[in-house]
Write a protein that binds this ligand. Structure first.
Ligand code: G16
Length: 543
């Protein structure tokens, strides 16, 4: 086996964000760009020689080429085996499931998640560790440090591997096993959920649409919903993965999943609608004419988990990212289990799940998951909802209504200002941080500030500290305004403003959220001086 040592120079701007390295495709197409990152990952790991790596991606433009580079570099660097999804395809939750099931050393996931795909759009790569979850900050920082110093990488000089035929093949001394992309994941879902009960829903005419947004979940969803659970063909829409995701923006939210949203707000709307994103870890849940916020979804799932076989003994705790609404905390209190507030980023949940402190976790950014794997899981959330709907024999609206009656309602919205000048965005945050020091006790409109700070998190398991995780203004009575800069954008900075109010006495369904939050929204914009500091007078996306 001929191993080539290629001389290279470090690139600027390789700092991994919330979820690995995400950049425009043109960056990844620069000579050695991807290889530099992959070698930096390998150089940051210890004792992986002879071990197994899992590789797969969401099928976006560059996926296949990237898989070939990784396979050849893994062989040159001494991995014993690579498990690769057929065609190079694996959803992010499936990678997590496979790493855990086969006790692999780690995995490389090729995706830029919900960001658009194609030659002019985005690509990404991230490393997951042996627990199946995203690498913790200690590892991502080591990778980043290495990218700044790297001077060469190793790759075998061999022809491309056939990644379309299932089975084993040798690449130098390393074995490449091409595995079925959906099988292991579906087996896990069958262990958690009552598939017979869900099938009966469909037998009785329950109508659902699942929008795969031309991304990775299409093959998984068709197999699960249409083949195994017996939902009619056509239940899964946009089910064929495309390298450019059909030119769409596979972010399952009200702004981007408009086809599904239209289907769910017709006069003859379906009973249930759901969507997932580019790599299959996010989810959006809709009932007939009703949208369930991800924060509410986490709370409802936690409150009803005992109805589902995989969670019939209850949950041990719940975790949510700081900007996610407090709805799940109310459920945790009622269930007498602990709730944790972590910084944004799925990696913060891993330690809590490994230590058996939480069963469910979720984020406002349309991510929900459980300790069955160490990634958020779009289809899992959809199946959990279906299992609960079947067990309760109620509609999404009825379930939400009774949930709010019991726990009160957290009105919640996120306003995003995308592609803002990065320098302006940083200054805006610095200004807020400075202001936050003396806001406590101030009355602003009808609200009184209870606490204002820049969120800092001490991991209860390993004691690691993450500072500067977002400016929080907490008001008396449960209202909150949070500001943070996104870690996943690929153009300039994205300012996210999260607005929440809490109504204990929930009276009627579908009070318009934006109207309900109007005063807080205007307070949020004024305090941060968004218009003056960014030149932007309205958000790019409201969810
Ligand atoms: C990623 C992380 C999530 C996080 C989200 C936040 O999601 O995996 O844990 O909530 O980013 O993004 P931002 O920093 O832009 O607010 P994904 O689905 O992009 O991998």
């Amino acid at each position: 086996m001929a191993i080539k040592i290629i001389k290279t120079t470090p690139f600027k701007g390789q700092k991994p964000g919330t979820s690995g390295l995400r950049k425009k495709v043109v960056e990844f197409e620069k000579p050695h760009y991807l290889a530099n990152f992959v070698q930096s990952v390998f150089d940051s790991l210890e004792k992986y020689k002879g071990k197994t790596l899992v590789v797969g991606g969401d099928g976006r433009y560059l996926n296949r080429e990237a898989v070939q580079i990784i396979l050849k570099m893994a062989a040159a660097n001494g991995f014993g085996k690579v498990l690769v999804g057929q065609g190079g395809l694996l959803s992010t939750p499936a990678v997590s499931c496979i790493i855990r099931k086969y006790k692999a050393f780690g995995g490389l996931i090729l995706s830029a998640s919900h960001n658009p795909a194609g030659p002019k759009e985005d690509f990404g790569i991230k490393y997951n560790t042996s627990n199946g979850g995203p690498a913790p900050e200690s590892v991502t920082e080591a990778i980043y440090a290495r990218t700044k110093k790297i001077s060469e990488y190793k790759i075998v000089d061999e022809p491309d591997v056939d990644i379309d035929t299932l089975g084993e093949i040798k690449l130098g001394k390393m074995t490449v096993e091409v595995i079925d992309s959906v099988k292991d994941y579906i087996q896990l879902m069958e262990e958690l959920f009552d598939f017979d009960l869900i099938s009966k829903l469909f037998e009785n005419g329950f109508s659902m649409r699942f929008d795969a947004m031309h991304a990775i979940t299409g093959p998984y969803a068709k197999e699960i919903f249409e083949k195994i659970l017996g939902a009619p063909v056509g239940t899964v829409i946009n089910g064929k993965p495309k390298t450019d995701f059909g030119g769409g923006h596979p972010d399952p939210n009200l702004a981007h999943a408009h086809e599904l949203v239209n289907l769910m707000t017709d006069s003859d709307a379906h009973s249930f609608g759901a969507a997932s994103d580019g790599d299959g870890d996010r989810n959006m849940i809709l009932g007939k004419n009703i949208f369930v916020t991800p924060s509410d979804s986490l709370a409802v799932l936690a409150a009803n988990a005992h109805l589902v076989p995989g969670y019939k003994h209850g949950i041990v705790g719940v975790a949510r990212s700081m900007p996610t609404s407090g709805a799940a905390d109310l459920v945790a209190k009622d269930l007498l289990v602990k709730s944790y507030e972590t910084p944004t980023g799925w990696k913060f949940f891993g330690n809590l799940m490994d230590a058996d402190k939480v069963t469910f976790c979720g984020e406002e950014s349309f991510g929900t998951g459980s300790s069955h794997i160490r990634e958020k899981d779009g289809l899992w959330a959809v199946l959990l909802w279906l299992n609960i709907l079947a067990a309760r024999g109620e509609s999404v609206e009825q379930i939400m209504q009774s949930h709010w009656e019991k726990y009160g309602r957290n009105y919640y919205s996120r306003h995003d200002y995308e592609a803002v000048n990065s320098e302006m965005a940083v200054k805006l945050m610095d200004n807020l941080r400075a202001k936050s020091a003396d806001m406590k006790g101030k009355k602003i409109g009808s609200y009184e500030v209870e606490l204002c700070d820049d969120f800092s998190y001490t991991d209860p398991i390993d004691g690691s500290i993450s500072n500067n995780q977002g400016i929080r203004i907490l008001f008396k009575g449960g209202a909150r305004i949070i500001y943070r800069l996104s870690g996943t954008g690929t153009e300039g900075a994205t300012l996210r403003i999260y607005i929440e109010s809490y109504e204990k006495n929930h009276e009627k369904l579908n009070i318009d959220t934006q109207n309900n939050l109007a005063e807080l929204i205007s307070i949020a914009v004024q305090i941060a001086e968004v218009g003056m500091r960014t030149g932007r007078y309205r958000p790019s996306v409201i969810t």
